[in-house]
Ligand binder design. Structure first.
Ligand code: EPZ
Length: 438
């Protein structure tokens, strides 16, 4: 069965109003299905987004011997691990990038892990060298066998388990930081991660592990220290997922384009400094509170400060690569010439050709720089989402355009945005999900 979104565009008229309630962060909650292997007991997870990726990683964790049960709206009971199953299901581990995060906890808990090269959005090669080099530094043996284009990896810890090590990360990788931090929790001795990523999801993970007995310091800074110890214990302490800053940012961009007055609730504005600063520079009327962001129609056209602005995607707290696509949709409506450098992933601009077909004036250079000349009116088109975030950019562009748009591969968007059409309808967007039986 194919599902797509049918969208009636507003032709640029600012009509959206009301509250949009942000879900829990996909890229925080996913990692807890790996963290659970570090525990002697289980724990309850709250504010978990009702999305495809959560269901996928839960199925993978269950196949790896972890109890993982959805016990209510946004609630899961996870752990403890029932048995020593260190071979990860191939099909499931190739479905999402987050599967790689389970390898650290499983390896440090059971001394062995076998998995197939992870999947995820097709936004670049997405190597795993930093994970494997980190495990080697911790004393593990890594063997890689390629069979019919699938890379199967077996990692074996030394006798007595992983050893703490000092690891310099060539790229401050978000998931590699989380994974090696978790591997250090049960390793013998101290692990130091240098040039570590600083995303809020990493801080949230570390805070919960520390509350349950882990010795971790420095999460959220470039140097994280972990002193290995014994299995953690939740002892009834629930894990509450932080708000999804990328979902919040996507809706803030939409509200900036089409909002009469929209309030984005249950978010952490301080996680969105880079986006909010860029939007304010273009004249968006934004106010922020402790857990909400309000966008008002400024009644004026947006314009770039002295007619030009350059945005570079970076690790946190820089401009997030996951908001690059929504931001480029925004720049098509701003007077002036903007430039966006995608520095994190090497093929994350493929979707731009579809925005050009809608009437946007964008030129891409060496697949990592986009030059946008605005503002240009967009006309509705039929599009196919290539990945989660460009799919959301198509929804934004469709809502903005004149006429009807169809966005195929709704699954891609469902991977990261729960019931997106329902929540967008709540603020007045004209969007519906269409199911086509085979
Ligand atoms: C995480 O991916 C997120 N996914 C991505 O979100 C997000 O775009 C990305 O971080 C950046 O914030 C999850 O958390 C599940 P990276 P991750 O490792 O960890 C290179 C979404 O839309 N690298 O920080 O895979 C890599 O190629 C998704 O929600 C290596 O070279 O990203 C990239 O150039 C998309 N070797 C750079 O590091 C490695 O071993 C940063 O990627 C690992 C990564």
């Amino acid at each position: 069965m194919e599902e797509f979104f049918r969208i009636q565009g507003a032709g640029g008229k600012k009509t959206l109003k009301g509250d949009f309630v942000v879900s829990g962060a996909k890229n925080a909650a996913l990692k807890m299905f790996g963290a659970a292997f570090l525990f002697a007991d289980g724990f309850e997870m709250r504010n978990v987004p009702e999305i495809e990726d959560i269901r996928s990683v839960a199925a993978l964790a269950e196949k790896s011997g972890l109890t993982a049960k959805r016990v209510g709206e946004g609630k899961w009971q996870v752990g403890p691990a029932k048995g020593e199953i260190w071979k990860m299901d191939e099909e499931l581990s190739r479905k999402i990038r987050a599967s790689i995060v389970l390898t650290g906890p499983i390896l440090s808990r059971f001394g062995k892990v076998e998995f197939s090269f992870p999947g995820g959005c097709n936004i670049g090669k997405r190597p795993i060298d930093q994970f494997l080099d980190g495990y080697r530094a911790m004393g593990a043996k890594v063997s890689e066998v390629e069979q019919e284009k699938v890379l199967n990896v077996t990692i074996t810890a030394p006798k007595g388990g992983l050893r703490g090590a000092e690891i310099f990360m060539r790229n401050p990788s978000h998931t590699a930081t989380e994974t090696l931090m978790m591997a250090g929790v049960l390793a013998r001795g101290k692990t130091v991660l240098k040039n570590a990523a600083m995303e809020p999801e990493i801080v949230a993970l570390a805070e919960y592990l520390v509350a349950c007995g882990a010795a971790i310091s420095g999460a959220g800074t470039p140097t994280i220290e972990i002193v290995g110890g014994k299995l953690l214990k939740a002892s009834g302490r629930p894990y509450v997922t932080i708000p999804d800053r990328i979902e919040a940012g996507s809706i803030i961009v939409l509200a900036s384009l089409l909002g009469k007055k929209v309030t984005i609730r249950n978010c952490e504005p301080c996680h969105l400094d880079a986006l909010i600063a860029a939007l304010k520079l273009c004249g968006v009327r934004i106010t922020t509170g402790p857990d909400f962001v309000e966008i008002f129609d400024s009644g004026k056209n947006y314009r770039l400060p002295d007619k030009s602005l350059t945005i570079k995607t970076q690790g946190y707290p820089g401009f997030p690569t996951d908001l690059q696509a929504p931001m480029i949709s925004f720049f098509t409506q701003v007077d002036g010439d903007s430039v966006v450098f995608e520095t994190i992933f090497e093929s994350r601009l493929e979707y731009i050709q579809d925005l050009v077909k809608m009437g946007a004036s964008i030129v891409t250079v060496s697949n990592n720089q986009a030059f946008i000349h605005g503002s240009t009116p967009l006309v509705g088109k039929e599009m196919k989402s290539l990945d989660l975030r460009s799919g959301m950019a198509f929804v934004i562009a469709g809502l903005l355009a004149k006429g009807e748009s169809l966005v195929h591969n709704a699954y891609n968007i469902d991977r990261g945005y729960a019931n997106i059409e329902g929540r967008l309808k709540n603020i007045g967007a004209k969007i519906e999900r269409v199911r086509v039986e085979p």
